[in-house]
Design a protein around this ligand. Structure first.
Ligand SMILES: NC(=O)c1ccc[n+]([C@@H]2O[C@H](COP(=O)([O-])OP(=O)(O)OC[C@H]3O[C@@H](n4cnc5c(N)ncnc54)[C@H](OP(=O)(O)O)[C@@H]3O)[C@@H](O)[C@H]2O)c1
Length: 272
């Protein structure tokens, strides 16, 4: 079996490459820069925002892993034909109809995949545990970690679990035409997340909440106005898309999802 993997160096994609190799799948890994891959992985150099650079990349593949929102999506789906597709979407997709810009680009990719000839599976995670790397600059600067929406519990999922669900969908029966909404095992507020990071790193970190009015003023400069509005829509108006705990990982993989502590322990070096 040959599977094309987008985002092959990312949190989810790199784990998916490994899991597919373990299943004796021949992996065709897309990256923007050429790099060396282990046996069983063939590099495909291309930019997912430049469809011409990936023309033919999906031709002859039995399956493909796609991330939402890239211009090459239509080209890849057309070249893939009737193969399997696993799309990495997001839990907030139902908010697209309210004009939520983050949800909208995932919804658009879901619709493209569903309209294609592919045998599709959609995976909708809430926030990933790897998002704690966003605090790396603050960890380098001192003991204080500041974050907005400090009172909202997030059922963060290990990207390795996202990858395991995707690998299962691409290689096993029973997932075609399914939308899997997935989460981690517990909802944790940012101060609780920081406490776990502090324990694993053996540091005395102090959490400080970014008030909503400050986040309203600063987030647009960091992520743009549309995504800042989308974040407020999710975390202030509809936190259930981040907080609700799903049983899907256990149902698909036959084991519980991993905890934040485990991800931080495995990825300690990325936070030092
Ligand atoms: N973070 C979350 O909480 C969350 C929640 C729900 C859904 N998601 C979705 O999950 C996706 C994957 O997350 P992640 O944490 O695995 O991402 P990540 O670690 O940031 O990795 C992104 C990957 O995409 C590749 N990439 C970026 N732009 C590209 C382009 N123009 N052409 C080809 N490849 C490109 C990067 O490759 P190179 O830079 O090596 O070329 C890298 O491998 C996100 O994009 C998002 O849509 C994330």
């Amino acid at each position: 079996m040959d599977v094309l993997v987008m985002g092959a160096t990312g949190n989810v994609g790199s784990a998916l490459v490994e899991l597919l190799r373990e299943r004796d799948v021949r992996v065709h890994a897309i990256t923007r820069e050429a790099r060396t891959w282990p046996d069983g992985v063939e590099g495909v150099v291309g930019d997912a925002n430049d469809p011409a650079s990936l023309a033919g990349a999906a031709t002859g593949m039995d399956g493909a892993f796609l991330m939402s929102g890239y211009a090459a999506e239509a080209r890849l789906l057309a070249d893939l034909g009737a193969g399997r597709v696993a799309l990495l979407s997001a839990s907030s997709v139902p908010l697209a109809d309210r004009g939520n810009a983050m949800a909208a680009y995932h919804r658009d990719s879901e619709e493209a995949v569903k309209a294609s000839a592919a045998a599709w599976t959609i995976v909708r995670p809430c926030s990933m545990q790897s998002n704690v790397t966003r605090w790396k600059d603050q960890l380098d600067a001192g003991e204080v970690i500041r974050a907005p929406f400090a009172d909202v519990g997030v059922a963060m999922i290990d990207p390795a679990d996202v990858a395991a669900v995707l690998a299962t969908a691409l290689t096993e029966a029973g997932h075609v035409g399914q939308t899997h909404r997935i989460s981690g095992p517990e909802a944790m507020t940012p101060p609780v997340q920081v406490a776990i990071v502090a324990e694993v790193l053996e540091r005395k970190l102090r959490f400080e909440a970014v008030p909503d009015d400050e986040a309203r003023a600063t987030l647009p400069g960091q992520v743009g106005q549309a995504y800042a509005d989308a974040a407020f829509d999710i975390f202030r108006e509809h936190p259930q898309y981040e907080s609700a705990i799903q049983q899907t990982v256990e149902q698909v993989l036959g084991r519980p999802p991993g905890r934040l502590r485990g991800w931080v322990e495995r990825n300690r070096a990325r936070l030092l």
